[in-house]
Write a protein that binds this ligand. Structure first.
Ligand code: S3P
Length: 450
C-alpha cells in the first residue's frame, strides 16, 4: 500500500560500526506549531531549523491557503507573514494534509472559531484515522464538522461565528487534541480551560506564551489544568526549532545495537514531555550519555552520545511513561529485540490509532524476523534475543508509516540476515535525509527495484 507514489523498497543489512555525527532535522511538533502560530500573528515570524518534511510542508501550504504569506528562505529558514488571530480567509480548495495527523488536527482547531468553511483530506493513512476526538470538543465552541464514516476525512469543518469558551477534559492523552482546543480558544472571548489527566507534550503551551498569550498551567498530582484567555495580541517571534528527539531515536538506537558503534547526535530537544525513550534506554543499561545540557530558545537541549551496548536488559515500561515517548515504541521494540530478556510496554492503546496500528505492524515484522512478540489491546511485550542473535532475513510492511519503515531498516542493520521494507517512501514525511544520514554513519541501506 502506498499513498506516496511508486513504492520504494529498501533493504538494510549488517555492516561495520556506525561512527560520526548525525545532524537530525528539526522537531516536527515545533515545526507545525511555528507555521500555524506564525500564520495567526500579524507581522513577520522568522523560523530557522524548520523540518522540511512532507508533513510540515503540507501545513505551510495550508497556511498559504488561509491567507498567510509563507516563504522558504533556504537552508531551513522560513518567514511567515500572518493574518492575525481570527484573520484566516476561506480556502478556495480542499486542504490536503497528506500523512499528517498533527497538521490536520491543529489546523482544524486554528480555523474552528473563525466563520469560514474548510474541507480537509489526506492520504489513505490519514483518511483512516479518527477525527472525532478533535471535532467533538470543537463542536462545544459552536463549530460544525461533517466527516465520512463516523468522523473520518474527507471532512468539512464550519467555523463558529460566535464561539463560546469551552471547559474540556481530555479522555485520551493527546497533545493534538489539547492543542486543537487551545488554538480554537484563541479566537474565543473569555477563558478556555483544558484539563489534562496525564501530561502530554507541552510545546503548544510554551509557544502560545512566547507569542504573548495569557496562559496558565496549574498542576494537581498528575493532572494539568490549562487556562487560556482568548483574543490575545500576538507578537511575531524568531523561532529556532530544536532537532527532533523522535528522529534522533533512530541513529541512537542503531548505535546501541551495532557492534563497535559510537555516534554523536547533537542539539536534541530534551523537553521532559518528549524524552521518555532516552530514559527508558538508560534504564535498560544503554551506554547513552547527555553531553552539553543547556537551554536554547526556552527548550532544554543536549548532545546525545550513543555507543554499542551489548549488556542491555529487558524492562517493564510503565504506562506513566507512554505519553513522553508515544512515537518511540516502534524503535524501542527493535532495541528490545537485542536486549536480554522481556521488555513489556504498557498503557499504549494510542499506538493502535497512529499512522497505522503500530503494535500490529511491529509485532508482525518482528515475528517475521524471528522475535517473539505478545500483545493485548493496550500492551505488548518483546522477548529479547541478546546483542547478536536476531535472525532477520525477512520482509516488513511500512503501512504508510514513516516510523515503522525506519524502525525495520534499523532492525536490518543489526540482524544476521538482511531485512527488506516494502516502501521507504513515507520516511520523507518526517526525516527526508534518513537514508543519507544513516549511510554517512556507515549503515548499509540499499534501494531495490519495486
Ligand atoms: C503530536 C502528538 C502526538 C504524536 C504526534 C505529534 C503533536 O499525537 O504522536 O506524532 O505534535 O502534538 P497524539 O496527540 O495523537 O498523541
Amino acid at each position: 500500500m502506498s499513498g506516496h507514489g511508486i513504492p520504494q523498497p529498501f533493504t538494510a543489512r549488517r555492516a561495520g560500526p556506525l561512527k560520526g555525527t548525525a545532524h537530525v532535522p528539526g522537531d516536527k511538533s515545533v515545526s507545525h506549531r511555528s507555521l500555524i502560530l506564525g500564520a495567526m500573528t500579524v507581522g513577520e515570524t522568522r523560523i530557522s531549523g524548520l523540518l522540511e518534511g512532507d508533513d510540515v510542508l503540507a501545513t505551510g501550504a495550508a497556511m498559504r491557503a488561509f491567507g498567510a504569506e509563507v516563504n522558504d528562505l533556504g537552508e531551513g529558514n522560513w518567514s511567515v507573514h500572518g493574518v492575525g488571530v481570527g484573520g484566516f480567509c476561506e480556502p478556495e480548495d480542499v486542504i490536503d494534509c497528506g500523512n499528517a495527523g498533527t497538521g490536520v488536527r491543529l489546523i482544524m482547531g486554528a480555523m474552528a472559531t473563525t466563520p469560514i468553511t474548510t474541507t480537509f483530506t489526506g492520504d489513505a493513512s490519514l483518511r483512516s484515522r479518527p477525527m472525532g476526538r478533535v471535532t467533538d470538543p470543537l463542536t462545544l465552541f459552536g463549530t460544525t464538522a461533517h466527516g465520512r464514516n463516523g468522523g473520518r476525512l474527507p471532512m468539512t469543518v464550519i467555523g463558529a461565528a460566535n464561539p463560546t469558551p469551552v471547559h474540556f477534559e481530555l479522555s485520551v492523552p493527546s497533545a493534538q487534541v489539547k492543542s486543537a482546543v487551545l488554538l480554537a480558544g484563541l479566537n474565543t472571548p473569555g477563558e478556555t480551560v483544558v484539563i489534562e489527566p496525564e501530561a502530554t507534550r507541552d510545546h503548544t503551551e510554551r509557544m502560545l506564551k512566547a507569542f504573548g498569550a495569557d496562559l496558565s498551567v496549574e498542576t494537581e498530582g498528575t493532572t494539568r489544568i490549562i487556562t487560556l484567555k482568548g483574543q490575545p495580541e500576538f507578537t511575531p517571534q524568531t523561532i529556532d526549532v530544536p532537532r527532533d528527539p523522535s528522529s534522533a531515536a533512530f541513529p541512537v538506537a542503531a548505535a546501541l545495537i551495532i557492534e563497535g558503534s559510537n555516534v554523536l547526535v547533537p542539539t536534541i530537544g530534551m523537553n521532559p514531555t518528549r524524552a521518555g525513550l532516552f530514559e527508558t534506554l538508560r534504564d535498560m543499561g544503554a551506554d547513552l550519555t547527555y553531553e552539553n545540557e543547556r537551554i536554547e530558545g526556552g527548550e532544554p537541549v543536549a548532545d546525545l552520545r550513543a555507543r554499542f551496548s551489548p549488556d542491555m536488559k529487558g524492562i517493564n515500561v510503565p504506562p506513566e511513561r507512554a505519553a513522553s515517548m508515544i512515537d518511540e515504541y516502534p524503535i524501542l521494540s527493535v532495541v528490545a529485540s537485542f536486549a536480554e530478556g522481556r521488555t513489556v510496554m504498557q498503557g499504549v492503546k494510542e499506538l493502535r490509532v497512529k499512522e497505522c496500528d503500530r503494535i500490529d505492524a511491529m509485532a508482525k515484522g518482528l515475528r517475521a524476523a524471528g522475535v517473539t512478540v505478545d500483545e493485548g489491546e493496550d500492551w505488548w511485550a518483546v522477548e529479547g534475543l541478546g546483542p547478536r542473535a536476531v535472525p532477520g532475513g525477512s520482509k516488513a510492511e511500512a503501512r504508510l508509516d514513516h516510523r515503522i519503515a525506519m524502525s525495520f531498516l534499523i532492525l536490518g542493520l543489526a540482524t544476521e540476515k538482511p531485512v527488506t521494507v516494502d516502501d521507504a517512501g513515507p520516511i520523507a514525511t518526517s526525516f527526508p535525509v534518513f537514508t543519507d544520514l544513516m549511510t554517512n554513519l556507515g549503515a548499509h541501506l540499499e534501494r531495490k527495484n519495486a
